[in-house]
Design a protein around this ligand. Structure first.
Ligand code: BES
Ligand code: MN
Ligand code: ZN
Length: 510
């Protein structure tokens, strides 16, 4: 998809000659509309008098400018969007309100075929203009997403392929607005990149695709990329990812991307993302219904790698390393079998009960290797790990578990800031006992009860006492709660949580 050209507009918005000029209006405490006295808002007066537009959240009205001569708005249409009442909202509520408004603008632009739009930033006393601009534009760019690569023609709206030009008009504070816009641009395009990877089918996005994408990022942003192939994994005794890959004709890759800050004595964040490019279940085969959705089993890896794109752009004062163990899970004649015993990187042995519990096997090697190699300050992993998290939390929140409350709290806050909500689950040692094996150190399933927690307990065996948190995104990576700025299909969840965590990094106490 072509990217949107974003520009700051200094001249009067009335003179903007695009397809759509957008104003956002909110209500005061008494639910009265807060209106400016610009030429455009004068055009709204009649609708307000008739009660057609009240400024309630997601109220939308578009009109065709009627003025004449010098008193004419030059854009093809004016769109008025209600933000509702803002008093009493928390900062994160407000951010979400603006993102959702942005999503509504994108949807309206598509419906009206408006390729050139101008957004007039509302002046809101509760929030700096920089944040208003950031969240509105982030919402627009996240909402204005479509995956058309494999379609000859988009059947629904044949000519509209996305917003081409987005002008942003703000009253003052140019520097701050630019900063906000650049943040919005980076995080929205990163989430869209993750969605693109996820939308690719299993035969379109392979482990090698992760490797190639990481190498591109490394060249673009001067980072270091290392890719382990199968023989290298054998030398390192990465028995987990090798076992999962055994039944496949597609070679596995362990993709490592390192960003190093110039700052001395910086801390290091390690991110590990599950890059399972297709999960058939292996010999413990999944049912056929909806199996095609298992092409999304790489969304953790997609989030990790896409977030690294933002790291490359913004160069934070903290080192960040991403590792993506990538393979598919197939049932070829040499496939892993229930009952087999494997040996992970670092020496822990594991009895395979169910070959469909493969995510933890590839993550275990990546976690153990990453911690051993990079001695990180903390580790965050993201994975579409368990169906059980959908039973517990539905599609509304990501499951969050960890051994460090400090890290867990930072992630909860990051999720709230960016509108990707998380929910912490417990991780008492009793859950770990569910994966004790009679014949090996551990086994790869803990039975039906607490499936999300026992999966995390498996991972915990590989992080020792390094502060670690695990995001189970199986419920949120696709079919996420409908939001104006999250279209159906893959959501790109996790990307913006990671970006927020990294942007707001302060020395970790541990
Ligand atoms: N990738 C799946 C988890 C999943 C299931 C994600 C449904 C999204 C929707 C994972 O590899 C898996 O198959 N997990 C099993 C584990 C079980 C065998 C212990 C599961 O959740 O059923
Ligand atoms: Mn599986
Ligand atoms: Zn899986």
């Amino acid at each position: 998809m072509e990217s949107t050209k974003i520009s700051l507009i200094r001249k009067a918005p009335e003179n903007y000659r695009g397809d759509l000029l957008v104003y956002c209006l909110h209500q005061d405490e008494k639910e009265k509309l807060v209106m400016g006295s610009t030429l455009a808002t004068k055009e709204l007066k009649k609708a307000v008098a008739l009660g057609d537009f009240k400024g309630k959240e997601s109220d939308l009205l578009h009109i065709y400018p009627q003025g004449t001569g010098r008193k004419k708005v030059l854009a093809g249409r004016i769109l008025f969007l209600g933000l509702g009442k803002l008093d009493g909202c928390s900062q994160s509520d407000l951010r979400e309100r603006f993102r959702k408004a942005g999503g509504s603008i994108a949807a309206k632009a598509a419906a009206l075929n408006a390729e050139k739009i101008c957004l007039c930033l509302p002046d809101i006393s509760l929030v700096p203009g920089e944040v208003v601009g950031e969240c509105l534009v982030e919402g627009i760019l996240l909402g204005d997403y479509r995956f058309l690569k494999y379609k000859k023609k988009e059947t629904k709206d044949p000519s509209f392929t996305g917003i081409k030009g987005l002008g942003v008009h703000a009253a003052g504070g140019e520097k701050g607005i630019r900063r906000g816009l650049s943040r919005a641009l980076h995080s929205a395009y990163a989430a869209r990149a993750a969605r693109d990877m996820a939308n690719e089918p299993g035969n379109g996005w392979t482990p090698q695709s992760f490797a190639a994408y990481a190498q591109e990022l490394a060249v673009k942003h001067n980072m270091k990329c290392t890719v382990f192939d199968k023989s290298h994994m054998k030398r390192l005794k990465m028995g987990g990812i090798l076992a999962v890959n055994q039944g496949s004709a597609e070679p596995p890759k362990m993709v490592i991307l390192e960003y190093k800050t110039l700052k001395k004595k910086a801390q290091t964040i390690l991110i590990v993302g599950k890059g399972l490019t297709f999960d058939s279940g292996g010999v413990s085969l999944k049912p056929a219904a909806k199996m095609e959705e298992m092409k999304y089993d790489m969304c953790g890896g997609a989030a990790a790698l896409s977030a690294m794109g933002v790291v490359g752009e913004e160069k934070p004062d903290v080192n960040v390393v991403a590792i993506i163990p990538a393979t598919d899970n197939m049932s070829g004649s040499s496939a892993l079998k229930p009952g087999d015993i494997i040996c992970h990187y670092g020496g822990i042995t594991s009895e395979i009960i169910n070959t469909d519990a493969e995510g933890r096997l590839i993550l275990a090697d990546a976690l153990a290797y990453g911690i051993n190699k990079f001695n990180p300050t903390c580790v965050v992993d993201l994975a579409t790990l368990t169906g059980a998290v959908i039973l517990g939390l539905g599609h509304h929140r990501t499951g969050l578990l960890g051994n460090s409350q400090e890290l867990v709290d930072r992630l909860l806050l990051a999720g709230e800031n960016c509108g990707e909500l998380l929910w912490q689950l417990p991780l008492d040692k009793e859950y770990g006992e569910q994966i004790d094996s009679d014949v090996a150190d551990i086994k790869n399933t803990g039975g039906r009860p607490a499936g999300t927690i026992t999966a995390a307990a498996y991972l915990q065996k590989f992080v020792d006492d390094t502060p670690w948190a695990h995001l189970d995104i199986a419920g949120t990576a696709w079919n996420f709660t409908e939001k104006t700025y999250i279209p159906k299909g893959p959501s790109g969840t996790g990307v913006r949580t990671l970006v927020d965590l990294i942007r707001n990094w302060k020395k970790f106490q541990g």
